[in-house]
Design a protein around this ligand. Structure first.
Ligand code: DP6
Length: 358
């Protein structure tokens, strides 16, 4: 057949053939999980382009402002939840190490919500493993609570939809609500019912890269949970919240149009506004180190030299460099030259939190 011959119009002999859809596979795995009272789920962490900082309600983790993020496909947490009548209390193992105290309490609080919804009383064993280091500048709680919610709900025999799972994950960690849907997600402020994350574009919409430039692996002195409650002590928090919806709208539009030149300045401004709030809280939170500032200034310089790259920074000193896939190697090489840079992790967009075969 030559290239210019018309495409033949084949009639498939089997007309009702279907490949199993994501949804069909999840239903099958959920039924199996309910039978075994055990399930395994995988979730990706996410990087926020428009940040969540501060709650309207700390207990329900209702955010003070809407946020927008990208799931990080190369990084993942896999969690098994097993309800077991022989257990006297919940058990938590992270990367094979038993965890008690605050970490276990937080997991138990989500399991309690699951038990209440399912009408069960059994305690659970939770085993979780991640392929990225704790303290690497990636909020590990997002992937952890998204995976816990998906696995826990299925193991308890609950058939929650995406919104139900995002709501449940939110109660464990706010940013975890955004790790439930796939790709690029927005999480709305609102009440307990409406404050859930939804996908605005799938992972294959745009091959953005997050290069996580690690300048310190030390455990941060003040974690996000206590940071959120300090946010309202900053005189800048009100102004930050007032502009968040407009920044989200601008970021969302640029993202949907795959326009990094329009999106970049918005995400940089949003990150700096959050850090201005952190630095002006009482007591103040200074997450930056000298290498953080060096990377901010280098990013400006690289752009001036024609390399399209923008930064964002979470509650820590590490800098996330955001660029398109075609520029990732050049950005990484440039970042490695900056004194104080210890390592760089790279990720493109990732899919939703999901059940996986046991
Ligand atoms: C700076 O979701 O980690 O990463 O709800 O207390 O678990 P908790 O807080 P968390 O806060 C994330 C803060 C952030 C910005 C963001 O991811 O939106």
């Amino acid at each position: 057949m030559t290239n210019d011959s018309p495409t033949p119009n084949y009639q498939l002999p089997i007309t009702n053939y279907q490949t199993p859809t994501f949804e069909a596979e999840q239903i099958h795995l959920r039924e199996e999980a309910a039978r075994r009272q055990s399930a395994v789920a995988l979730a990706h962490p996410n990087i926020a382009f428009i940040k969540y900082w501060g709650n309207q309600d700390d207990a329900l983790r209702l955010p003070a402002n809407p946020s927008l993020s990208m799931n990080l496909g190369s990084l993942q947490t896999v969690t098994r939840v097993t309800f077991d009548p022989a257990l006297a209390q919940d058990q938590l193992l992270i990367n094979t190490r038993p965890i008690g105290d605050a970490g276990l309490k937080r997991v138990t609080s989500v399991l309690d919500l699951i038990r209440a919804m399912a009408g069960i009383r059994q305690m659970a064993r939770v085993e979780s493993e991640s392929n990225f280091p704790v303290g690497s500048g990636i909020a590990s709680s997002a992937a952890a609570f998204a995976a816990l919610s998906v696995a826990g709900a299925a193991a308890a025999g609950l058939a929650l939809d995406e919104a139900g799972l995002s709501r449940l994950a939110r109660r464990g960690s706010g940013s975890a609500s955004r790790s439930v849907p796939g790709g690029y997600c927005q999480w709305l402020a609102g009440d307990d019912q409406s404050s859930v994350a939804t996908a605005i574009a799938p992972a294959d919409h745009w091959d953005l890269r997050d290069l996580v430039v690690i300048v310190s692996q030390e455990h941060k002195a003040v974690g996000s949970t206590s940071g959120h409650s300090l946010a309202k002590t900053s005189p800048f928090q009100e102004a930050r919240i007032a502009g968040a919806a407009a920044r989200l709208q601008a970021c969302r539009q640029a993202l949907l149009a795959r326009n990094l030149a329009a999106m970049g300045p918005v995400i940089e401004e949003d990150a700096i506004l959050m850090h201005a709030v952190m630095m002006t809280s009482r007591p103040p939170l200074y997450y930056w180190q000298p290498a953080t500032m060096a990377l901010i200034q280098a990013t400006e310089q690289w752009r001036a030299e024609g390399l399209p790259v923008y930064f964002t920074i979470d509650a820590g000193p590490n800098v996330h460099l955001i660029c398109e896939a075609a520029q990732a190697a050049a950005v990484e090489a440039a970042a490695r030259q900056i004194p104080g840079v210890k390592d760089i992790l790279s990720s493109g967009p990732g899919g939703p939190a999901r059940l996986v075969a046991m």
